[in-house]
Design a protein around this ligand. Sequence first.
Ligand SMILES: Nc1nc2c(ncn2[C@@H]2O[C@H](COP(=O)(O)OP(=O)(O)OP(=O)(O)O)[C@@H](O)[C@H]2O)c(=O)[nH]1
Ligand SMILES: [Mg+2]
Length: 305
Amino acid sequence: MGRSSAFKSGIVALAGKPNVGKSSLLNALLDYKLAIVSDKPQTTRTSIRGVLNRPGLQLIICDTPGLHLPRHALGRAIVSNAETALEASDVVCLVIDGTDRDIDAEDREVVGKILKAARPVILAVNKMDLVKNSDALKRLVSQYNEVCPAVETAYISARTRSNLDTLVDVIARRLDDSSPTYDEDVLTDRPERFLASELIREKVLKLTEEEVPHSVAVEIEEYKSPDEYPERNVLYIRAALLVERPGQKGILLGEKGNRIREIGRLARLDIESMTGHKAFLELWVKVRPKWRQSEDAVRRLGLKE
Ligand SMILES: Nc1nc2c(ncn2[C@@H]2O[C@H](COP(=O)(O)OP(=O)(O)OP(=O)(O)O)[C@@H](O)[C@H]2O)c(=O)[nH]1
Ligand SMILES: [Mg+2]
């Protein structure tokens, strides 16, 4: 093959602290809502790959959970999932929030985990739509470059989609020549029922506050799609929302069951537009004391990769 016709392909891991906009960036790059997003930290718990195809390029973009200092088995699993994804990547895109002020000890530890992967690092400064103070931004970027020298820096906004083509070019330049890994019609490595369970969790994150959203896991108990059961005309999903305490169950249910009904309604609409099927979604709440402290429970829920 001549040089001009070389095909590039590889895996870029989007990594960084919680809440900086990694999942939003994945979705913006794909122009498809694949990963769930919320305004609360530690939304993403497991990695998810999305495939971006451009002429001469297949970029496998891996959204990873936010790196932080974990406090329980779930947190340890989340961080380990991110580290596993970093090790499987060819290039790391360190996503930071451009509105942040000086980096602190925790930020340094997060960067340390990224350095361990020993991959070329591209710094993506996100949320540029909110950045007002350019001196503070310059200081932040130079502090990051001190602890984690980046081969290139891109200033972007996942929300307004600014500079995303530049970011893709910058990443592609760091990839080796290689044939594509996935067929053109593959969007993600995750099955539909996983995506559906995440959409349910996204609505829990949206409609609850403080410790509650973090204490919830979604367990799909039954998933019957017209794709597999042609005699059906609706997608049937029964899912349990696991919480740690009876009080959290009460909060999830809400007055007269109002909250869980709203969670179900919003999730159903998203699941219907994702699958193209009418859906019947049955949700119930189950108390599983201290599940986040239990390595076993975390693993059985598929939260440790
Ligand atoms: N203004 C602005 N907000 C953004 C941008 N990107 C993401 N956000 C917001 O930042 C918040 C966190 O976004 P996520 O994409 O969930 O962040 P994350 O890095 O994946 O977070 P974790 O999964 O917890 O690690 C959400 O409220 C997003 O809407 C951006 O470019 N501009
Ligand atoms: Mg995320």
